[in-house]
Design a protein around this ligand. Structure first.
Ligand code: PLP
Length: 489
């Protein structure tokens, strides 16, 4: 193609001084995009480096750096002195069709696959990053010993041998698996050897691995109703049918279930969100049921380290004589959610399959955090932090219950709970929990409506209230806001 003399009008462009992308690379991207979307065509002349430098208000050296990269990748050609031209080797048809193709192709893909996932982002949009009363599911992030944690992170980066920085074991860092096994054998009566521990990126990934290893698309999963949406969404997104299982005062009720389930998901120590602790009788019945039907139970033991009254209750896995329970734990409540470390305790004959699934999913969890966590546990910081927080949370629970009794007893009945970081407040007169939660939310108080946790419609309305993470000052001021709203509505 003959080289055209005409120069196009260079579009105005703001260099982003805050960006991590170097300025010369921003200019490279700009010109490259103008070529690929067909704004400047093969043979067309670019403004001189001096003009470009003036126009974009950068040095000529920066412009020459951008042009160098474009030259070496074949987007432009030319000789010093005679000008710079868009390469004649880029086929016209490619350039013309590229942007149109990209739009139609993306549209097709978005329609088919991606949009199916978008509904799972609703919770993320609403309030995920907010840390204010009474958002449930978060520990007190102001009381975590971050100074110790950062020292441990620095120490492990010096102490780990170079080979630990290569690809690690997919099942997890062995010393951490040993520390976890030692901890849960004692604190939760879990029967396990370190080899059975698979380190995960939190419960979210744990459930995903369970779907991959134990279930096929279209399997039925019995799920507590109301239940934990985080788990329900992963199972649903993996293509399973969710079968709602009712709750009664003893815990999960599974006898009337119409469909045969392949797996039952349960939070027996502290049902999420109702806060019920499953009775021993019901636990034994559930294990018998699962073993007689030859199905799995996934025990999500997310916050039972915080037990304030009554006897410590062992895990379901600890009393399972048949090997049908997969135990799942997380450090999100006892450390902090951003850590993204959890674990599964899997039967011996499935260790390899779970390790393979983890390998395929993300190769292995990050080594720094695993090693620092192992130190945190083995050096005794974990035990100290847990004891300190248990006392603090118990005081807050007492304070919260007394404050609700004093200010809100006309409107709310709190469920009595001995475990965990949250409870449920039943709304008197069955008022609409969604409407009330919306008013609270608009005034800075987060109280997820119980009805949003149900698959089938719940009989009673209520609010899910995380009390443990917030100071007494925050608790009382939020309760006063709630009172004012409830009085006025
Ligand atoms: C029932 C239940 N399981 C597990 C988790 C923790 O999930 P992750 O380990 O992915 O942070 C939560 C968090 O709120 C929860 O409520």
């Amino acid at each position: 193609m003959a080289k055209s003399k005409s120069e196009f009008i260079f579009p105005s462009f703001e260099i982003n001084g805050e960006s991590e992308i170097p300025v010369y690379r921003q200019i490279y991207d700009l010109i490259r995009n103008l070529i690929l979307n067909g704004t400047i065509r093969s043979g067309q002349r670019l403004p001189s480096s001096r003009e470009l430098a003036e126009k974009l208000k950068v040095s000529r050296t920066t412009i020459l750096q951008s042009l160098d990269d474009l030259f070496s990748e074949g987007y432009i050609e030319g000789k010093t002195g005679s000008g710079t031209f868009v390469s004649s080797k880029i086929p016209e048809s490619f350039i013309n069709s590229i942007s149109a193709n990209r739009t139609t192709r993306n549209k097709k893909l978005v329609n088919k696959k991606s949009s199916r996932l978008n509904k799972y982002l609703d919770a993320e949009k609403l309030d995920y990053n907010k840390f204010q009363p009474f958002k449930p599911g978060v520990p007190d992030l102001n009381n975590f010993p971050f100074s110790i944690w950062s020292k441990l992170l620095a120490n492990v980066s010096n102490e780990l041998s170079p080979k630990e920085f290569g690809y690690g074991s997919a099942a997890g860092y062995k010393p951490l698996r040993i520390a976890i096994a030692n901890h849960i054998r004692i604190s939760r009566s879990v029967k396990c050897e370190p080899e059975q521990i698979i380190i995960t990126g939190g419960s979210q990934q744990g459930i995903d691995l369970i779907c991959r290893v134990l279930l096929e698309r279209g399997n039925n999963v019995g799920f507590e109703d109301p239940g934990y949406p985080g788990a329900r969404d992963i199972i649903g997104a993996a293509g399973m049918n969710i079968v709602p299982l009712q709750m009664d005062e003893e815990g999960l009720s599974f006898k009337d279930v119409k469909k045969k389930c392949d797996l039952i998901y349960a939070t027996p120590s502290h049902q999420y969100p109702l806060g019920i602790t499953m009775t021993l009788n019901r636990r034994l019945e559930l294990i018998d049921y699962a073993s007689s039907k030859n199905i799995w139970i996934l025990e999500d033991d997310y916050d039972s380290e915080y037990r304030y009254d009554g006897h410590p209750i062992s895990s379901l896995q600890g009393i399972d004589e048949y090997g049908c329970v997969i135990y799942m734990g997380t450090f999100s409540k006892v450390m902090f959610p951003g850590l993204r470390i959890g674990y599964l305790v899997v039967p011996e004959n499935l260790i390899e399959s779970f390790t393979a699934a983890k390998l395929l999913s993300d190769r292995n969890s990050p080594i720094f955090e695993q090693a620092a966590l192992q130190k945190f546990i083995s050096d005794g910081h974990f035990g100290r932090h847990l004891r300190k927080m248990r006392i603090l949370y118990e005081q807050r629970k007492k304070f919260f219950y007394e404050a609700v009794e004093k200010h809100l007893n006309k409107y709310l009945n709190l469920h009595k709970t001995e475990t965990g970081l949250h409870t449920v407040g039943w709304l008197k007169n069955n008022r609409s929990d969604r409407k009330i939660a919306k008013h609270f939310f608009e005034n800075g108080v987060i109280t997820p409506p119980l009805s949003s946790y149900y698959i089938d419609k719940g009989k009673k309305t209520g609010l899910v209230l995380g009390y443990a993470a917030y100071s007494e000052k925050q608790i009382i001021s939020s309760i006063k806001i709630m009172k004012e709203i409830l009085q006025s509505k």
